[in-house]
Design a protein around this ligand. Structure first.
Ligand SMILES: CC(C)(COP(=O)(O)OP(=O)(O)OC[C@H]1O[C@@H](n2cnc3c(N)ncnc32)[C@H](O)[C@@H]1OP(=O)(O)O)[C@@H](O)C(=O)NCCC(=O)NCCS
Length: 310
């Protein structure tokens, strides 16, 4: 379902074959509502077939398809697990000023060779499950001290009709509030239809989703939200999706409180899950601090590469 795209994003996926054997795959993602000058490109070459120009051929094809659609900004990301390079291996620093990627990685050589620059680096972190209940209770006690004027609202898969408009507004904020370094992306406009379209796609793709929202008692405003996703097809992994505390409601430990509630539910709902994965901009110190307190440990880094046509 995901690959069929949506009214907001067109997706195309390709397989590269050599003498009938699959040697690589690549994809093109074209935003349709905002960022309509941008294309997301992914390239993967099977390890036995690298350094033969296959990656270059696929990238050339993706870039020309993107250009035909009027796209002039190409974005690509690539992850490297921790331990794939020795500690202290030379790094290429991100233009954002925080973090770097191993200079010797194939993706680094390939991206630089094709005129991409390293705008930002994300940290991939992993939280082993279950999280000790004593740790969750301690963190929760502290958070509640700061969050007396808020209550949590929880749902699964489908946002209640009564708050869906306010939830859409929070999802718009998410796209302007996360650090994006010099990537220059426009914020997304989320409305009820877009929230429902995402929920439908997830549901049809076999993704279950747990959402925890903090609501301010006095104003009734939605102040924070966090989302965990799980697929029965990959039962061991839970993916941490968005977490946001709206400006004006920060400093009340709402990110921590919402995450604790969601983790507790995830452990009950998905007992086969062994870990939660999350991705944060390396400069996003506040989010990383919450994750570290919960027990997340660095698992890798991900380079956010970009090429802009003049
Ligand atoms: C990166 C990747 C796509 C390259 O595919 P490939 O088919 O091996 O690449 P090509 O043969 O077209 O290489 C083109 C140029 O990229 C650079 N390059 C590719 N692999 C490299 C490596 N391991 N080290 C340094 N430079 C490298 C070189 O300049 C190379 O030219 P050369 O062989 O004449 O020196 C492949 O290694 C891969 O799938 N890696 C895992 C996924 C990934 O990193 N995707 C890219 C996201 S940005």
């Amino acid at each position: 379902m995901y690959w069929r795209g949506s009214p907001y994003e067109e997706r195309q996926a390709f397989l590269a074959r050599l003498d009938g054997v699959a040697v690589g795959r690549c994809s093109l993602t074209l935003p349709l509502s905002e960022n309509t000058d941008e294309a997301g490109i992914e390239i993967l070459v099977a390890s036995a077939h690298r350094r033969q120009g296959i990656g270059t051929a696929m990238l050339g094809r993706m870039e020309s398809l993107a250009r035909e659609r009027g796209r002039t900004v190409f974005d690509s990301y690539c992850g490297e697990p921790i331990g794939s390079f020795p500690e202290g291996a030379p790094e290429l620093a991100a233009k954002s000023g925080t973090g770097g990627v191993p200079r010797e990685a194939a993706s680094t050589g390939f991206a630089l060779r094709h005129g991409y620059s390293l705008e930002q680096v994300e940290t991939t972190s992993l939280l082993p499950l279950p999280v000790p209940s004593g740790l969750l209770s301690t963190l929760e006690r502290d958070a509640l001290e700061h969050a007396r004027d808020y209550k949590l609202l929880l749902w699964q898969d489908r946002c209640p009709e009564t708050v869906v408009e306010a939830y859409a507004a929070l999802k718009s904020l998410m796209t302007t509030e996360v650090p994006i370094a010099g990537l220059g992306w426009e914020g997304e406009r989320w409305d009820v239809a877009r929230v429902r379209a995402e929920e439908d796609t997830w549901c049809k793709s076999g993704i279950e989703s747990l959402v925890a929202v903090a609501r301010h008692d006095g104003s009734g405003e939605l102040a924070a939200y966090t989302v965990l996703n799980h697929r029965a097809a990959l039962p061991g992994i839970v993916n941490q999706e968005d977490t946001l505390v709206a400006p004006g409601h920060r400093g009340h430990r709402l990110g921590m409180l919402a995450k604790i509630a969601n983790l507790r539910r995830a452990q009950l709902q998905w007992p086969d899950a062994k870990s939660v994965m999350t991705w944060n901009a390396s400069e996003n110190r506040h989010m990383l601090a919450i994750n570290i307190a919960l027990g997340f440990r660095p698992a890798g880094i991900e380079g956010e590469w970009q090429k802009r046509l003049e």
